[in-house]
Design a protein around this ligand. Structure first.
Ligand code: FE2
Ligand code: FE2
Length: 164
């Protein structure tokens, strides 16, 4: 356990040393945007199709998430434009299932990956001296963490513990 933690810290330290270019930042932000589109679609569909009395409350939450993901997409697209890039129009693939629990698990996994990505993006933005971008990403990541908590609560599990 302790060894694991040590290695994680090491790899984070190594990432710190790789400064990316502005072109690479545009590419990475476009991946983030494609993930935001994916989240908008997933939350829109899941919130309206999730079945079962036990999931009534979370259905309402998912509909709220959909709106927040749209706000994130707008913020990311604006940042891409600021870097003179072209915002993508293509979402990452959205998984489907008829089972409520599957939908929540897909969302949970996506939120987890999104948080990991934004953590890296914040570090990269700071290395470029792009503090306004880092500020925007920090606002977004705080909401993604709330999404993750909502999903974990609905699934009756602990918040996933991950560091990267
Ligand atoms: Fe988002
Ligand atoms: Fe989210």
């Amino acid at each position: 356990m302790a060894a694991n933690r040590y290695f994680r810290r090491e790899s984070t330290g190594m990432k710190h040393e790789t400064k990316i270019t502005r072109e690479q930042m545009v590419e990475l932000l476009n991946e983030d945007l494609a993930r935001e589109y994916q989240a908008i679609i997933a939350y829109t569909v899941y919130s309206q199709t999730i079945k079962g009395a036990a999931f009534t409350d979370i259905a309402g939450e998912l509909a709220i998430h959909a709106g927040e993901e749209l706000a994130h997409a707008l913020l990311i697209a604006k940042q891409i434009d600021y870097f003179n890039g072209k915002p993508t129009t293509i979402p990452k693939e959205v998984k489907t299932s008829d089972k409520a629990e599957d939908m929540l698990r897909f969302d949970l996994e996506n939120e987890k990956q999104t948080i990991i990505n934004y953590r890296a993006r914040i570090r990269q933005a700071e290395e470029l001296g792009e503090f306004a971008l880092s500020e925007v990403l920090r606002t977004i990541i705080a909401q993604e963490q709330e999404h993750l908590t909502d999903l974990a609560d609905a699934l009756g599990i602990d918040n996933p513990n991950f560091s990267e």
